[in-house]
Write a protein that binds this ligand. Structure first.
Ligand SMILES: *[C@@H]1O[C@H](CO)[C@@H](O)[C@H](O)[C@H]1NC(C)=O
Ligand SMILES: *[C@@H]1O[C@H](CO)[C@@H](O)[C@H](O)[C@H]1NC(C)=O
Ligand SMILES: *[C@@H]1O[C@H](CO)[C@@H](O)[C@H](O)[C@H]1NC(C)=O
Ligand SMILES: *[C@@H]1O[C@H](CO)[C@@H](O)[C@H](O)[C@H]1NC(C)=O
Ligand SMILES: *[C@@H]1O[C@H](CO)[C@@H](O)[C@H](O)[C@H]1NC(C)=O
Ligand SMILES: *[C@@H]1O[C@H](CO)[C@@H](O)[C@H](O)[C@H]1NC(C)=O
Ligand SMILES: *[C@@H]1O[C@H](CO)[C@@H](O)[C@H](O)[C@H]1NC(C)=O
Length: 419
C-alpha cells in the first residue's frame, strides 16, 4: 500500500443534496442531450446580473439514467470564453477523456465550438451532479445527474416522487470577472445569497440588500505538502501524458508527506503571527503523483489552522474512496488507525475534511488515466489546493486507457481545443 499524508490549508461551498427515485429496468439505453451554454440576464436583489446557463435553465437540465446506460451530451459553447463540463462523481471507467476537467483531461471548448461527451455509467447508483469545470462558471452552469438501479431495487422503500435539490450561490459579480479577481489575489468577494434550485426565496427584498461579507485570506496561496498547484493554461495534462510529451509541463514528485512537519492545528498559526509567517514561503509547481495500476492508496488529509479556515471538501475525480475515519486536531499515525472503520466505511467521491481536523481515505487504482484531486472550493483551487494522480495502465486492454475517442479534440496553442 502506498501512503500519502497531505496537509492542506483552507475551504469550499456549493453543495448538492437530493432525494432518490422510481424504478426502471430493461435494456441499457443511450441517453442523449444537447446543452446550449449561453448568457442570460436575471434579476434578483434589485439588480440585473448576467449569468451563464444551459438551455435557459437554472439549474440546468437533469440527466436521468439507469446504471449501464451510455450518456451522450452535445455541448455547444455560446459563451465568449472557454468551457468544459465535468460529470461529478461519475467514475468514467476507462473514459478519462470525457471527465471534463479543464487543463487536466482536456483543453476548454472555444467560444462557438462544440464538444461531444460520451461515456457509460457502470456500477453506480444515486444522485450526482454535473457542472462547468473552468473558472467560476459552475455557480450557475450545473445540474443534477441521477443514476437509477438497473434492477429497480433501492435499499429503502421506493419513494412516490423524487425531486433533486441543488443548493447554489448567487453572485452579483460576473463569474468570469470573479475568476479574474481571484487570480489577481482578491479573495474578499462573496456570493450575496444562497440559492435553492436557482431561487433565492421570499425573504430577500430590494430594500434589504444583504451586506457583502468581507474576509481578512493575507495569504493568497493554498498548498498540499507545501506545493501550490500550478494549473497549465495552454495544455491538457492527460493529452500530454498520453503522447509522452510531458517535459516542462509537469513532474511526478509530489511529496509523500509534508516536507517539514509542524503542529498543523496550532491556534498560534492563525495569522498574523510569527509562526504563520515562518510557514508562508512555498512555491507553485505542477507536481503530480503516479501510481501503478491496482495499488491500494491511503491518503490522510490534514487541515491546518493557517487561515483559521473552514473545512476542506476534497474531491477525487474518477474514483470513489472509502472514508475510514475522521477526527479533530492532528492525525496521530500511532493511535488513530485504531479508529479505522473496515466494516462498513462510507464510499464517497468527496470528503469534508473537518476544520483543523483530518480524514483518512483509501481506494484501489483500478481506473487508468489522469485524475484531478482538489478542494471543491473554487478559490482554493485557484490558490493551488490541487494536484493530479496518474494511474498507469494495467496488464490487459481491459485495464488500460483506450486512445482518445474520435470526437475528442486536441489542444491548440492558445489553450483552447482545435475547432
Ligand atoms: C443583458 O442586459 C444588458 C443590459 O441591459 C444587455 O446589454 C444585454 O444584451 C442583455 N443580455 C442578454 C443575454 O439578454
Ligand atoms: C448591481 O450590481 C453591480 C455589480 O455588482 C453593482 O456595481 C451595483 O451597485 C448593484 N446595484 C444595486 C442597485 O444594487
Ligand atoms: C424587506 O423590506 C422591509 C421594509 O421595506 C424591511 O422591514 C425588511 O427588513 C426587509 N427584509 C429583508 C430580509 O431585508
Ligand atoms: C498543537 O496545538 C494545539 C492547539 O494550539 C495544542 O493544543 C497542542 O498541544 C499542540 N500539540 C503539540 C504536540 O504541541
Ligand atoms: C516550503 O517550501 C519553501 C520553498 O522551498 C521553503 O522555503 C519552506 O521552508 C517550505 N515550508 C515547509 C513547511 O516545508
Ligand atoms: C489486483 O491485485 C490483487 C491483489 O492485491 C489481485 O488479487 C487482483 O487479481 C489484481 N487485479 C488485477 C485486475 O490485476
Ligand atoms: C504554453 O505557455 C508557455 C508559457 O506561457 C509557453 O512557454 C509554451 O510555449 C506554450 N506552449 C504552447 C504549446 O503554446
Amino acid at each position: 500500500m502506498e501512503k500519502l499524508s497531505m496537509a492542506t490549508t483552507i475551504l469550499c461551498a456549493v453543495a448538492l443534496a437530493a432525494l432518490a427515485a422510481a424504478a426502471t429496468g430493461g435494456e441499457a439505453a443511450v441517453v442523449e442531450h444537447t446543452f446550449v451554454v449561453h448568457e442570460m440576464n436575471q434579476t434578483h436583489l434589485c439588480n440585473t446580473t448576467k449569468i451563464y446557463v444551459v438551455n435557459g435553465q437554472l439549474p440546468g437540465p437533469t440527466i436521468d439514467v439507469t446504471d449501464g446506460d451510455t450518456v451522450v451530451v452535445h455541448v455547444q459553447n455560446r459563451l465568449p470564453h472557454g468551457l468544459t463540463i465535468h460529470w461529478h462523481g461519475v467514475r468514467q471507467m476507462r473514459s478519462c477523456w470525457s471527465d471534463g476537467a479543464g487543463f487536466v483531461t482536456e483543453c476548454p471548448v472555444p467560444p462557438g465550438g462544440e464538444r461531444v461527451y460520451r461515456f457509460s455509467v457502470t456500477g453506480q447508483v444515486g444522485t450526482l451532479w454535473w457542472h462547468a469545470h473552468v473558472t467560476c462558471l459552475r455557480a450557475t452552469v450545473a445540474g443534477a445527474f441521477v443514476i437509477r438501479p438497473r434492477d429497480g431495487r433501492y435499499p429503502f422503500p421506493t419513494p412516490a416522487k423524487d425531486v433533486p435539490i441543488i443548493i447554489g450561490e448567487w453572485w452579483q459579480l460576473d463569474l468570469v470577472e470573479l475568476d479574474r479577481r481571484m487570480h489577481d489575489g482578491n479573495f474578499d468577494d462573496n456570493p450575496l445569497s444562497a440559492t435553492i434550485n436557482g431561487k433565492l426565496g421570499d425573504l430577500s427584498n430590494c430594500s434589504g440588500r444583504p451586506e457583502r461579507r468581507r474576509s481578512p485570506d493575507t495569504i493568497v496561496v493554498a498548498t498540499m505538502n507545501n506545493v501550490s498547484f500550478r494549473q497549465p493554461t495552454n495544455a491538457s495534462l492527460l493529452e500530454r501524458y498520453y503522447e509522452r510529451r510531458t517535459s516542462g509541463l509537469y513532474t511526478e514528485d509530489l511529496p509523500d508527506r509534508p516536507p517539514r512537519p509542524y503542529n498543523y492545528t496550532d491556534r498560534d498559526l492563525i495569522p498574523p503571527g510569527p509562526l504563520e509567517e515562518a510557514l508562508e514561503p512555498t512555491f507553485k509547481a505542477t507536481k503530480l503523483r503516479r501510481f501503478r495500476y491496482n495499488t491500494s492508496v491511503e491518503i490522510i488529509f490534514q487541515s491546518t489552522a493557517l487561515l483559521q479556515s473552514d473545512s476542506n471538501p476534497m474531491h477525487l475525480h474518477g474514483y470513489d474512496f472509502f472514508v475510514l475515519a475522521m477526527g479533530l486536531g492532528n492525525y496521530d499515525p500511532k493511535t488513530d488507525p485504531n479508529k479505522f472503520n473496515y466494516h462498513n466505511p462510507p464510499l464517497r467521491n468527496t470528503v469534508q475534511v473537518p476544520r483543523t481536523g483530518w480524514a483518512a481515505v483509501r481506494f484501489v487504482t483500478d481506473n487508468p488515466g489522469m485524475w484531478y484531486l482538489h478542494c471543491h472550493f473554487e478559490f482554493h483551487i485557484i490558490m493551488g489546493m490541487a494536484t493530479a494522480f496518474i494511474v498507469e495502465d494495467g496488464p490487459t486492454p481491459d485495464t488500460s486507457l483506450p486512445p482518445p475517442p474520435p470526437e475528442f479534440k486536441t489542444c491548440g496553442a492558445n489553450g483552447l481545443t482545435h475547432p
